[in-house]
Design a protein. Structure first.
Ligand code: GLA
Length: 398
């Protein structure tokens, strides 16, 4: 009996050891998988979990590549959604002065809205934001011909700019409200010289600032001018225009344009013109005297090379305030002049003229052909780096 018991005990002991080893193995595997998910929000196709500040869902495919929608959340409860299709900010949910949450940017709920080629709603713009006259420029003795996709001119990177490509997702911890996207724009794409390696880091901080950190390198000299093309309506209601929003821009000068919206090369004083926003003005106050509406680059008054406050927009009804910070020398103020009701939101609301505004930080338009403007040329061995941030807050209720 004693021998049998001993055998049994020995067998049981070994079984236990084997079981424990299996458990250990399982625990190790679980730990490994959790670690993987922990360090890479962007590889973790799950829905929101409490501690996460970045989560993602599948959003379909484009160019046979998977497209995802990323949700960044901060401690204030602001929610920003960004897709790796076009590096597009699709939504920014934020409270008004009464705590009512609404979306302050124009965007769609599904990828199909973006595949229909809307006018750059929330997109990352590149390789060159804004216009290049006739799509032609020269560097030394070489002349380059870009795609002409805006009348006779080149606009926002061409037919298939950075807003219409699927960006690679660089894994970042999902404990951060941050998304890193990468894109390699190959030599000759849309007519541009050089392989351009681009990274954009989007970060939503706890003070409701959405920042864009752009960096790039090239293997041939090329113009680079990256921006974000979010359309804001601080009322959070796309049936309202932005004409009652008040705008302040720290710019003594702007760059006038010709009938094709190409900069003339002149830096004009804003004084005694409808472009004087040195003190806040309602956007609608003088818009009638700007043919077509505002679609102009402001020459920002910079005092440092830092990410400086350059513009403020306020909406008295919602109490929301939008501040724009940038390291860039210019900013395109666009009042949604070409919106004409033909595009509808995902809820079926027609998006009418002047129902949203863009503040596109940038170098001055057509700078490859306006040699007196700050250069946009990036050379091999150099690093392109700019930062822009939009901060949304509410004015204190009086
Ligand atoms: C930019 C341009 C505008 C217009 C919009 C998109 O803001 O300056 O002229 O093309 O993009 O419609």
């Amino acid at each position: 009996m004693a021998a049998i018991n001993f055998k049994k005990i020995t067998n049981l002991y070994f079984l236990k050891v084997i079981n424990n080893m299996k458990k250990l193995q399982q625990a190790f595997l679980v730990a490994l998988v959790s670690l993987f998910f922990l360090i890479s929000c962007n590889n973790n196709p799950t829905t929101e979990q409490s501690m996460k500040k970045c989560s993602q869902t599948s959003w379909g495919t484009a160019d046979n590549k998977p497209v995802n929608l990323f949700t960044l959340t901060n401690s204030k409860g602001d929610i920003v959604k960004i897709s790796n299709y076009g590096g597009t900010v699709t939504s920014w949910l934020t409270a008004d002065k009464n705590g009512k949450i609404a979306d302050v940017v124009v965007g769609f709920d599904s990828l199909s809205g973006y595949l229909a080629k809307p006018p750059y709603f929330g997109s990352t713009i590149g390789r060159y934001g804004n216009r290049i006259a006739k799509g032609i420029f020269s560097i030394d003795t070489a002349t380059y011909h870009l795609a002409t996709n805006n009348g006779a001119n080149h606009l926002h990177g061409g037919n298939k700019g950075f807003d219409k490509v699927v960006w690679d997702v660089v894994p970042t911890p999902d404990s951060l409200a941050s998304l890193t996207l990468h894109y390699l724009s190959v030599d000759g794409e849309e007519g541009y010289p050089g392989n351009l390696d681009v990274t954009v880091v989007f970060t939503l901080s706890d003070d409701n600032t959405l920042s864009f950190d752009y960096s790039a390198t090239t293997d041939k000299t090329t113009p680079v001018n990256l921006t974000n093309h979010s359309y804001f309506n601080l009322t959070g209601d796309i049936t309202q225009t932005i004409l009652n929003h008040r705008l302040q821009v720290h710019a003594d000068k702007f760059t006038p344009v010709d009938t094709g919206l190409i900069t003339t090369g002149v830096l004009q004083d804003v004084k005694e013109t409808p472009f004087d926003f040195l003190q806040p003005h309602a956007i609608g106050e003088r818009i009638a005297s700007v043919p077509g509406g505002y679609d102009h680059n402001f020459v920002l008054n910079r005092t440092t090379a830092d990410n400086e406050l350059v513009a403020t927009v306020t909406d008295a009804v919602s109490g929301r305030v939008l501040e724009v910070f940038t390291t860039e020398p210019g900013m395109q103020f666009y009042t949604g002049n070409f919106l004409d009701g033909t595009i509808k939101t995902s809820q079926g609301i027609a998006i009418q003229q002047h129902t949203a505004l863009c503040l596109e930080t940038q170098h001055f338009p057509d700078s490859p052909n306006k040699l007196a403007f700050p250069t946009t040329l990036l050379k091999p061995g150099e690093k392109y780096h700019t930062v822009t941030a939009y901060k949304v807050s509410v004015a204190s209720v009086k």
